[in-house]
Design a protein around this ligand. Structure first.
Ligand SMILES: [Zn+2]
Length: 108
């Protein structure tokens, strides 16, 4: 079985286009291609209650980023600084790169 590729990758700068964090930007911390989801820094933060452990006797609340659907984020082009759709292009070297459909610049 092949895992579908996501349009964003780890360390990409993305903008959220749907949901409660719409309009926010963040860096992709993790991609979950099988689920079509991504984890973005500071986006979809949920509070997780921790059971007290020997080290942390109080237990407590941890803030973690929950995955969001990859279709809810858009890559931010570093050239035109906007959420942009990307196309694929092949360089002379045969390397495949992503190209911003707004300004035409290579975003990889
Ligand atoms: Zn652009």
């Amino acid at each position: 079985m092949t895992v579908p590729k996501l349009h964003v990758r780890k360390d990409d700068q993305v903008i959220v286009i749907a949901g409660k964090d719409r309009g926010k930007r963040g860096k992709v911390l993790k991609t979950l291609p099988r689920e079509g989801r991504v984890v973005v820094e500071g986006i979809n933060v949920v509070h997780k209650h921790q059971q007290p452990t020997q080290e942390m006797q109080q237990g407590g609340i941890m803030e973690i980023e929950a995955p969001i659907d990859s279709s809810n984020v858009m890559l931010v082009c570093k050239h035109c600084d906007q959420g942009a759709r990307t196309g694929k292009e092949f360089l002379d070297s045969g390397e495949k790169v992503r190209v911003c459909k707004k300004c035409g610049e290579i975003v990889d």
